[in-house]
Ligand binder design. Structure first.
Ligand code: NI
Length: 430
């Protein structure tokens, strides 16, 4: 059996556009990267349907996972030899960083909504189940896979290790913000990672930031705020997401009705029928999904065929602002859509997004978050929003946005009764 702590004879490096190089010295990490479960992440995009809005956003969860590993590795280097940091946890932190997204499926967000799957549960299953990843982790010790799963699941007893990967300033967020900004090509989203790494310190069960690094952290918080609204919740991306989820709904509904597909979607049947095993799940990636969409463009079901064509040729839905307090408008619209022969279940969709950019600790509240603490020169800790006016201004401010998506091209069709058409456009405020 290989020595789990063995170092590679020669350091391996990956060229990376965000971190320049990703360094691997541990055999264990190198072997985990080579597993088929980890390699599958090359075929899952980090940002789902965002490439239909920002064409550069084709980067994969593979590259993000390597990036999170690299940031964690560098933090561990900064922490080495400092009080509160136990260097025997290093390999655990690195493994958890590398594997934190290993259970993501293709187009995770839509998939989870439509099929009620959960990528966190699958991440756990990949780490603990009958997989190559599990075999390699077990070289360290029989309970090592469970420890890695607990770090990712945030239940591990050493919260300092957990906070490297999940907190309000962690390796995961720092990598995806920089990476997503780079690949989308937007000018926000950048912040000084080098500086933040230099001012991070282990302090009991959390990572704190030296006060002198406060402005770099402000930049990071603002970049997150900008990225959410400019990139992640972009209304056009959401339109593609809406269509994607309708396709999956339609295909599943057709299968339940006993519809005979021209070609049986073998790889998706277990998903449609809620009897998916881990092995079935690991067969799925975005090339599989895109393959079925290609085929379904030519299916006899007009809704499925139309939605797939829309997704592949980017004939997306248009949107109108929507306020949930005007729910009667939605109900009225639904009736009118039915009158003109457009199925509202597939062609009139409300989508909501919301984000909380930063929050301090509010005990007992749902989703309570551990705050970012500054380490003052006298050794005291101060919560970030008490020191930073910029962060205070956006702390705890939850913003929600609702939109109503519909196929504008259908409404332009000549054969629609003009009065009905007018009524619909008026209800949509168009
Ligand atoms: Ni991640």
């Amino acid at each position: 059996m290989k020595d789990p702590f063995q170092q590679l004879k020669e350091e391996k490096v990956f060229k990376d556009p965000v971190h320049r190089y990703i360094h691997v010295r541990d055999t264990l990490i190198w072997d985990l990267i080579g597993t088929k479960e980890f390699q599958r992440l090359r075929r899952v995009r980090q940002l789902g349907t965002t490439f239909l809005t920002f064409h550069g956003a084709e980067h994969s969860r593979f590259s993000h996972s390597l990036g999170v590993y690299e940031i964690t590795r560098r933090i561990a280097d900064v922490f080495q030899g400092r009080p509160h940091w136990d260097n025997s946890e290093r390999l655990l932190a690195l493994s958890a960083a590398l594997l934190h997204d290993v259970g993501h499926g293709p187009f995770s967000h839509s998939f989870e909504k439509v099929f009620d799957t959960d990528h966190e549960a699958f991440t756990r299953a990949v780490i603990l189940g009958d997989t190559e990843v599990n075999q390699i982790l077990k070289r360290v010790s029989l309970d090592f896979p469970a420890k890695v799963a607990d770090v990712i699941g945030k239940t591990y007893q050493n919260k300092l290790v957990v906070s490297l990967i999940s907190s309000q300033i962690d390796a995961d967020r720092m990598d995806y913000l920089l990476r997503d900004a780079y690949f989308t090509g937007v000018s926000y989203g950048h912040f000084d990672l080098e500086r933040i790494l230099r001012v991070m310190r282990p302090k009991e069960d959390q990572v704190v930031i030296k006060q002198s690094g406060m402005h770099a952290v402000e930049d990071y918080i603002m970049s997150r705020y900008q990225m959410y609204w400019q990139v992640y919740f972009h209304p056009v991306t959401r339109s593609a997401e809406v269509i994607l989820s309708r396709i999956l709904h339609r295909a599943k509904a057709l299968d339940h009705e006993g519809f005979v597909f021209q070609e049986t979607p073998q790889l998706l049947i277990p998903l449609f029928r809620g009897e998916m095993t881990l092995a079935d799940y690991l067969q799925l990636d975005e090339s599989v999904i895109m393959y079925y969409f290609q085929r379904w463009q030519f299916e006899k079901d007009p809704i499925l065929a139309d939605l797939c064509d829309r997704f592949l040729t980017r004939r997306l839905f248009k949107y109108a602002e929507f306020s949930p307090s005007n729910f009667n408008v939605y109900v009225e619209l639904k009736d009118k859509f039915k009158e003109v022969g457009i199925d509202p279940d597939y062609y009139l969709i409300v989508d909501s997004s919301s984000d909380l950019p930063y929050d301090f600790y509010r005990p007992g509240e749902e989703g309570e978050r551990l705050p970012i603490h500054l380490l003052m020169p006298d050794g005291r800790l101060r919560e970030l929003s008490r020191e930073s006016d910029i962060v205070e201004a956006i702390s705890g401010k939850k913003r929600t946005d609702h939109k109503l998506y519909y196929p504008a091209d259908f409404l332009e069709k000549a054969e629609l009764p003009p009065q009905l058409k007018q009524d619909i456009l008026k209800l949509l405020n168009k």
